[in-house]
Design a binder for this molecule. Sequence first.
Ligand code: NAD
Ligand code: UDP
Length: 322
Amino acid sequence: MKILVTGGAGFIGSHLVDRLMESGHEVICVDNLYTGRKSNNAQWSDHPNFQFIEHDVVDPIMIDNIDQIYHLACPASPVHYQSDPIQTAKTNFLGTLNMLELAKHSQARILLASTSEVYGDPLIHPQVESYWGNVNCTGIRSCYDEGKRIAETITFDYHRQSGIEVRVARIFNTHGERMLENDGRVVSNFVVQALKGIPLTIYGDGSQTRSFCYVSDLVEGLMRLMNGSYMGPVNLGNPGEYTILQLAQTIQNMIDPNTEIIFKPLPQDDPQRRQPDISQAKSHLGWEPTVQLKEGLSKTIAYFRDRISASAASHNISESTE
Ligand code: NAD
Ligand code: UDP
Protein backbone atom coordinates (compact mmCIF):
# COMPACT_ATOMS: atom_id res chain seq x y z
CA MET A 1 0.00 0.00 0.00
CA LYS A 2 0.93 3.64 -0.36
CA ILE A 3 0.76 5.06 3.15
CA LEU A 4 1.12 8.64 4.34
CA VAL A 5 2.33 9.26 7.90
CA THR A 6 2.04 12.86 9.08
CA GLY A 7 4.35 13.52 12.02
CA GLY A 8 6.41 10.54 10.85
CA ALA A 9 9.71 12.13 11.93
CA GLY A 10 8.49 12.40 15.53
CA PHE A 11 8.64 9.98 18.42
CA ILE A 12 5.64 7.67 17.78
CA GLY A 13 5.46 8.41 14.04
CA SER A 14 9.01 7.24 13.37
CA HIS A 15 8.38 3.89 15.09
CA LEU A 16 5.24 3.54 12.99
CA VAL A 17 7.23 4.33 9.83
CA ASP A 18 9.68 1.56 10.80
CA ARG A 19 6.89 -1.01 11.14
CA LEU A 20 5.26 0.03 7.85
CA MET A 21 8.56 -0.01 5.94
CA GLU A 22 9.46 -3.40 7.43
CA SER A 23 6.09 -4.68 6.16
CA GLY A 24 7.03 -3.66 2.59
CA HIS A 25 4.73 -0.66 2.14
CA GLU A 26 5.50 2.54 0.28
CA VAL A 27 5.69 5.23 2.96
CA ILE A 28 5.50 9.00 2.60
CA CYS A 29 6.41 10.97 5.70
CA VAL A 30 5.08 14.53 5.93
CA ASP A 31 6.57 16.54 8.78
CA ASN A 32 7.57 20.16 9.44
CA LEU A 33 10.32 19.03 11.86
CA TYR A 34 8.92 21.16 14.71
CA THR A 35 9.59 18.43 17.29
CA GLY A 36 10.63 15.72 14.84
CA ARG A 37 14.09 14.93 13.46
CA LYS A 38 15.10 13.69 10.05
CA SER A 39 17.54 11.35 11.81
CA ASN A 40 14.55 9.41 13.19
CA ASN A 41 13.93 8.16 9.64
CA ALA A 42 17.63 7.96 8.70
CA GLN A 43 17.63 4.21 8.18
CA TRP A 44 15.06 4.59 5.36
CA SER A 45 16.28 7.82 3.73
CA ASP A 46 17.84 6.03 0.72
CA HIS A 47 15.18 3.32 0.44
CA PRO A 48 13.16 3.47 -2.81
CA ASN A 49 9.89 2.93 -0.88
CA PHE A 50 10.47 5.92 1.41
CA GLN A 51 9.87 9.60 0.76
CA PHE A 52 10.19 12.52 3.16
CA ILE A 53 8.29 15.75 2.46
CA GLU A 54 9.05 18.72 4.70
CA HIS A 55 5.65 20.38 4.95
CA ASP A 56 3.40 22.04 7.53
CA VAL A 57 -0.01 20.31 7.53
CA VAL A 58 -1.65 23.68 8.29
CA ASP A 59 -1.14 24.29 4.55
CA PRO A 60 -3.04 22.05 2.10
CA ILE A 61 -1.16 19.33 0.24
CA MET A 62 -2.27 17.03 -2.57
CA ILE A 63 -0.73 13.61 -3.13
CA ASP A 64 -2.36 11.09 -5.46
CA ASN A 65 -3.30 7.45 -4.94
CA ILE A 66 -2.79 7.17 -1.20
CA ASP A 67 -4.41 4.14 0.45
CA GLN A 68 -4.02 5.05 4.10
CA ILE A 69 -3.20 8.17 6.13
CA TYR A 70 -1.94 7.99 9.71
CA HIS A 71 -2.39 11.56 10.92
CA LEU A 72 -0.02 12.11 13.84
CA ALA A 73 1.34 15.59 13.13
CA CYS A 74 1.05 17.67 16.32
CA PRO A 75 3.46 18.35 19.17
CA ALA A 76 2.44 16.15 22.11
CA SER A 77 4.44 17.52 25.02
CA PRO A 78 2.80 20.36 26.98
CA VAL A 79 6.09 22.32 26.85
CA HIS A 80 6.12 22.23 23.04
CA TYR A 81 2.39 22.55 22.33
CA GLN A 82 2.13 25.50 24.73
CA SER A 83 5.13 27.35 23.29
CA ASP A 84 3.06 28.34 20.20
CA PRO A 85 -0.55 27.60 21.15
CA ILE A 86 -2.05 29.26 18.04
CA GLN A 87 0.06 27.03 15.81
CA THR A 88 -1.03 24.01 17.91
CA ALA A 89 -4.71 24.91 17.48
CA LYS A 90 -4.16 25.45 13.74
CA THR A 91 -2.31 22.15 13.42
CA ASN A 92 -5.18 20.29 15.08
CA PHE A 93 -8.01 22.03 13.22
CA LEU A 94 -6.61 23.10 9.83
CA GLY A 95 -4.05 20.31 9.71
CA THR A 96 -6.70 17.66 10.33
CA LEU A 97 -9.09 19.36 7.89
CA ASN A 98 -6.39 19.29 5.20
CA MET A 99 -5.66 15.61 5.83
CA LEU A 100 -9.38 14.80 5.69
CA GLU A 101 -9.61 16.63 2.34
CA LEU A 102 -6.63 14.62 1.14
CA ALA A 103 -8.32 11.39 2.30
CA LYS A 104 -11.46 12.41 0.41
CA HIS A 105 -9.44 13.21 -2.72
CA SER A 106 -7.56 9.89 -2.60
CA GLN A 107 -10.46 7.80 -1.21
CA ALA A 108 -7.98 6.83 1.51
CA ARG A 109 -8.73 5.54 4.99
CA ILE A 110 -7.52 8.01 7.64
CA LEU A 111 -6.55 7.37 11.25
CA LEU A 112 -6.51 10.36 13.63
CA ALA A 113 -4.06 10.22 16.54
CA SER A 114 -6.27 11.74 19.22
CA THR A 115 -5.50 11.75 22.90
CA SER A 116 -6.64 10.95 26.44
CA GLU A 117 -6.55 14.75 26.87
CA VAL A 118 -10.02 14.89 25.29
CA TYR A 119 -11.21 13.69 28.73
CA GLY A 120 -9.57 16.75 30.34
CA ASP A 121 -9.41 16.43 34.15
CA PRO A 122 -11.74 13.42 34.14
CA LEU A 123 -14.61 12.96 36.56
CA ILE A 124 -14.97 9.28 35.54
CA HIS A 125 -12.25 6.78 36.40
CA PRO A 126 -10.89 4.82 34.61
CA GLN A 127 -11.77 6.67 31.40
CA VAL A 128 -14.18 4.98 28.99
CA GLU A 129 -14.73 6.17 25.42
CA SER A 130 -18.38 7.02 26.13
CA TYR A 131 -17.28 9.69 28.67
CA TRP A 132 -17.56 13.18 27.14
CA GLY A 133 -14.83 14.74 29.24
CA ASN A 134 -14.19 17.68 31.54
CA VAL A 135 -12.10 20.16 29.56
CA ASN A 136 -11.38 23.83 30.28
CA CYS A 137 -11.84 25.56 26.93
CA THR A 138 -9.87 28.71 27.89
CA GLY A 139 -6.87 27.28 29.74
CA ILE A 140 -3.26 26.73 28.73
CA ARG A 141 -3.91 23.10 27.69
CA SER A 142 -6.95 24.00 25.57
CA CYS A 143 -5.07 24.54 22.30
CA TYR A 144 -4.24 20.85 22.48
CA ASP A 145 -7.26 19.35 24.30
CA GLU A 146 -9.90 21.34 22.44
CA GLY A 147 -7.79 21.10 19.28
CA LYS A 148 -7.97 17.31 19.42
CA ARG A 149 -11.69 17.47 20.24
CA ILE A 150 -12.47 19.52 17.12
CA ALA A 151 -10.16 17.21 15.17
CA GLU A 152 -12.28 14.24 16.30
CA THR A 153 -15.47 16.17 15.47
CA ILE A 154 -14.51 16.95 11.89
CA THR A 155 -13.15 13.43 11.40
CA PHE A 156 -16.56 11.96 12.23
CA ASP A 157 -18.29 14.72 10.19
CA TYR A 158 -16.22 13.84 7.11
CA HIS A 159 -17.24 10.22 7.62
CA ARG A 160 -20.93 11.14 7.91
CA GLN A 161 -20.98 13.82 5.21
CA SER A 162 -18.44 12.56 2.68
CA GLY A 163 -18.42 8.85 3.42
CA ILE A 164 -14.67 8.57 3.98
CA GLU A 165 -13.36 5.74 6.13
CA VAL A 166 -12.03 7.02 9.45
CA ARG A 167 -10.37 5.61 12.55
CA VAL A 168 -9.84 7.49 15.83
CA ALA A 169 -7.32 6.42 18.49
CA ARG A 170 -7.26 8.11 21.92
CA ILE A 171 -3.65 7.65 22.90
CA PHE A 172 -2.62 7.70 26.57
CA ASN A 173 0.89 8.65 27.83
CA THR A 174 3.47 6.78 25.79
CA HIS A 175 7.25 6.58 26.16
CA GLY A 176 10.23 4.97 24.49
CA GLU A 177 13.27 5.50 22.32
CA ARG A 178 13.51 8.70 20.23
CA MET A 179 11.74 10.98 22.69
CA LEU A 180 13.64 14.26 22.72
CA GLU A 181 16.02 14.93 25.60
CA ASN A 182 14.27 18.31 26.03
CA ASP A 183 10.83 16.85 25.33
CA GLY A 184 9.53 18.07 28.69
CA ARG A 185 7.24 15.10 29.37
CA VAL A 186 7.56 13.31 32.65
CA VAL A 187 9.27 10.04 31.66
CA SER A 188 11.99 11.69 29.57
CA ASN A 189 12.47 14.45 32.17
CA PHE A 190 12.94 12.01 35.07
CA VAL A 191 15.18 9.65 33.08
CA VAL A 192 17.41 12.43 31.74
CA GLN A 193 17.60 14.10 35.17
CA ALA A 194 18.54 10.83 36.93
CA LEU A 195 21.16 9.99 34.27
CA LYS A 196 22.69 13.47 34.63
CA GLY A 197 22.63 13.22 38.44
CA ILE A 198 20.40 16.27 38.86
CA PRO A 199 17.22 16.32 41.00
CA LEU A 200 14.02 14.81 39.62
CA THR A 201 11.38 17.55 39.38
CA ILE A 202 7.94 16.49 40.60
CA TYR A 203 5.24 19.05 39.80
CA GLY A 204 2.77 19.33 42.69
CA ASP A 205 2.89 16.71 45.45
CA GLY A 206 3.23 13.79 43.02
CA SER A 207 -0.17 12.29 43.92
CA GLN A 208 -1.56 12.80 40.37
CA THR A 209 -1.60 9.60 38.32
CA ARG A 210 -0.78 8.58 34.77
CA SER A 211 -0.62 5.24 32.91
CA PHE A 212 2.45 4.66 30.74
CA CYS A 213 2.44 2.66 27.51
CA TYR A 214 5.61 1.53 25.77
CA VAL A 215 5.85 2.69 22.16
CA SER A 216 5.94 -0.74 20.44
CA ASP A 217 2.62 -1.68 22.07
CA LEU A 218 1.10 1.61 20.99
CA VAL A 219 2.20 1.24 17.37
CA GLU A 220 0.76 -2.28 17.27
CA GLY A 221 -2.56 -0.86 18.50
CA LEU A 222 -2.56 1.89 15.86
CA MET A 223 -1.94 -0.61 13.05
CA ARG A 224 -4.65 -2.97 14.27
CA LEU A 225 -7.10 -0.09 14.44
CA MET A 226 -6.21 1.12 10.94
CA ASN A 227 -6.52 -2.33 9.40
CA GLY A 228 -9.62 -3.53 11.28
CA SER A 229 -13.26 -2.65 10.81
CA TYR A 230 -13.82 -0.72 14.08
CA MET A 231 -13.94 3.05 13.65
CA GLY A 232 -13.49 4.06 17.28
CA PRO A 233 -12.89 6.25 19.12
CA VAL A 234 -10.82 3.72 20.99
CA ASN A 235 -8.49 4.13 23.98
CA LEU A 236 -4.93 2.91 23.40
CA GLY A 237 -2.82 2.87 26.53
CA ASN A 238 -1.46 0.73 29.32
CA PRO A 239 -3.95 0.41 32.19
CA GLY A 240 -1.19 0.19 34.84
CA GLU A 241 -1.78 3.39 36.88
CA TYR A 242 1.01 5.04 38.91
CA THR A 243 1.33 8.24 40.90
CA ILE A 244 4.01 10.59 39.61
CA LEU A 245 5.82 10.09 42.93
CA GLN A 246 5.84 6.31 42.32
CA LEU A 247 7.18 6.89 38.82
CA ALA A 248 9.94 9.15 40.16
CA GLN A 249 10.93 6.59 42.80
CA THR A 250 10.91 3.75 40.25
CA ILE A 251 13.22 5.67 37.90
CA GLN A 252 15.37 6.82 40.82
CA ASN A 253 15.83 3.20 41.94
CA MET A 254 16.53 1.97 38.39
CA ILE A 255 19.21 4.61 37.70
CA ASP A 256 20.63 5.99 40.93
CA PRO A 257 18.94 5.66 44.33
CA ASN A 258 20.97 8.64 45.56
CA THR A 259 19.38 11.07 43.10
CA GLU A 260 17.39 13.78 44.85
CA ILE A 261 13.65 14.37 44.26
CA ILE A 262 12.41 17.97 44.46
CA PHE A 263 8.91 19.45 44.24
CA LYS A 264 7.87 22.31 41.95
CA PRO A 265 4.49 24.04 41.41
CA LEU A 266 1.79 22.06 39.64
CA PRO A 267 0.98 23.56 36.20
CA GLN A 268 -2.53 24.95 35.61
CA ASP A 269 -5.25 22.39 34.73
CA ASP A 270 -2.93 19.40 35.26
CA PRO A 271 -5.26 16.34 35.25
CA GLN A 272 -5.41 14.56 38.65
CA ARG A 273 -6.01 10.99 37.49
CA ARG A 274 -5.67 9.17 34.24
CA GLN A 275 -6.09 5.49 33.40
CA PRO A 276 -7.49 3.97 30.23
CA ASP A 277 -10.32 1.47 30.21
CA ILE A 278 -9.17 -0.68 27.29
CA SER A 279 -12.19 -3.02 27.04
CA GLN A 280 -13.03 -1.64 23.57
CA ALA A 281 -9.48 -2.17 22.27
CA LYS A 282 -9.48 -5.70 23.67
CA SER A 283 -12.79 -6.69 22.16
CA HIS A 284 -12.62 -4.86 18.81
CA LEU A 285 -8.89 -5.04 18.07
CA GLY A 286 -7.79 -8.02 20.16
CA TRP A 287 -5.18 -5.63 21.54
CA GLU A 288 -3.66 -5.09 24.94
CA PRO A 289 -0.19 -3.96 26.00
CA THR A 290 2.47 -6.59 26.51
CA VAL A 291 5.31 -4.44 27.91
CA GLN A 292 4.95 -3.52 31.57
CA LEU A 293 6.31 -0.35 33.17
CA LYS A 294 9.79 -1.44 34.33
CA GLU A 295 10.54 -3.40 31.15
CA GLY A 296 9.61 -0.40 28.99
CA LEU A 297 11.47 2.01 31.25
CA SER A 298 14.65 -0.05 31.00
CA LYS A 299 14.56 0.37 27.18
CA THR A 300 13.86 4.10 27.44
CA ILE A 301 16.67 4.47 29.99
CA ALA A 302 19.13 2.54 27.77
CA TYR A 303 18.28 4.85 24.86
CA PHE A 304 18.88 8.05 26.82
CA ARG A 305 22.04 6.63 28.42
CA ASP A 306 23.48 6.07 24.93
CA ARG A 307 22.46 9.52 23.71
CA ILE A 308 23.83 11.32 26.72
CA SER A 309 27.16 9.47 26.62
CA ALA A 310 27.42 10.02 22.82
CA SER A 311 26.86 13.76 23.21
CA ALA A 312 29.34 13.89 26.13
CA ALA A 313 31.92 12.06 23.96
CA SER A 314 31.45 14.45 21.03
CA HIS A 315 31.71 17.41 23.44
CA ASN A 316 35.01 15.99 24.77
CA ILE A 317 36.35 15.48 21.23
CA SER A 318 35.50 19.05 20.20
CA GLU A 319 37.07 20.39 23.41
CA SER A 320 40.27 18.41 22.85
CA THR A 321 40.55 19.65 19.24
CA GLU A 322 39.99 23.32 20.12
P1 NAD B 1 6.18 14.30 18.71
O1 NAD B 1 6.16 15.73 19.09
O2 NAD B 1 7.41 13.50 18.94
O3 NAD B 1 5.80 14.12 17.19
C1 NAD B 1 4.95 14.99 16.50
C2 NAD B 1 5.49 15.13 15.08
O4 NAD B 1 4.60 15.99 14.35
C3 NAD B 1 6.88 15.78 15.03
O5 NAD B 1 7.69 15.09 14.11
C4 NAD B 1 6.58 17.20 14.56
O6 NAD B 1 7.68 17.79 13.90
C5 NAD B 1 5.37 16.98 13.68
N1 NAD B 1 4.54 18.17 13.53
C6 NAD B 1 4.06 18.97 14.50
N2 NAD B 1 3.30 19.95 13.98
C7 NAD B 1 3.30 19.75 12.62
C8 NAD B 1 2.71 20.43 11.53
N3 NAD B 1 1.95 21.52 11.72
N4 NAD B 1 2.94 19.96 10.28
C9 NAD B 1 3.70 18.86 10.08
N5 NAD B 1 4.29 18.18 11.08
C10 NAD B 1 4.09 18.61 12.34
O7 NAD B 1 4.92 13.64 19.45
P2 NAD B 1 4.49 12.13 19.60
O8 NAD B 1 4.57 11.77 21.03
O9 NAD B 1 5.17 11.28 18.60
O10 NAD B 1 2.95 12.24 19.24
C11 NAD B 1 2.46 11.89 17.97
C12 NAD B 1 0.94 12.03 17.96
O11 NAD B 1 0.35 11.21 18.96
C13 NAD B 1 0.46 13.46 18.21
O12 NAD B 1 -0.64 13.73 17.38
C14 NAD B 1 0.02 13.42 19.65
O13 NAD B 1 -1.00 14.36 19.91
C15 NAD B 1 -0.48 11.99 19.80
N6 NAD B 1 -0.39 11.55 21.20
C16 NAD B 1 0.82 11.23 21.75
C17 NAD B 1 0.87 10.84 23.09
C18 NAD B 1 2.17 10.46 23.74
O14 NAD B 1 2.18 10.16 24.94
N7 NAD B 1 3.28 10.40 23.05
C19 NAD B 1 -0.30 10.80 23.86
C20 NAD B 1 -1.49 11.17 23.26
C21 NAD B 1 -1.53 11.53 21.92
N1 UDP C 1 5.44 16.14 35.53
C1 UDP C 1 6.30 16.21 36.61
N2 UDP C 1 7.61 16.54 36.38
C2 UDP C 1 8.10 16.77 35.14
C3 UDP C 1 7.22 16.70 34.03
C4 UDP C 1 5.88 16.39 34.27
O1 UDP C 1 5.89 15.98 37.76
O2 UDP C 1 9.31 17.05 35.04
C5 UDP C 1 4.03 15.78 35.77
C6 UDP C 1 3.00 16.68 35.11
O3 UDP C 1 2.69 17.77 35.93
C7 UDP C 1 1.83 15.71 34.97
C8 UDP C 1 2.50 14.35 34.73
O4 UDP C 1 3.83 14.49 35.22
O5 UDP C 1 1.10 15.64 36.16
C9 UDP C 1 2.54 13.94 33.27
O6 UDP C 1 3.08 15.03 32.54
P1 UDP C 1 3.40 14.94 30.99
O7 UDP C 1 3.79 16.30 30.55
O8 UDP C 1 4.33 13.82 30.73
O9 UDP C 1 2.03 14.51 30.30
P2 UDP C 1 0.51 14.98 30.46
O10 UDP C 1 0.37 15.94 31.59
O11 UDP C 1 0.19 15.61 29.16
O12 UDP C 1 -0.21 13.72 30.73
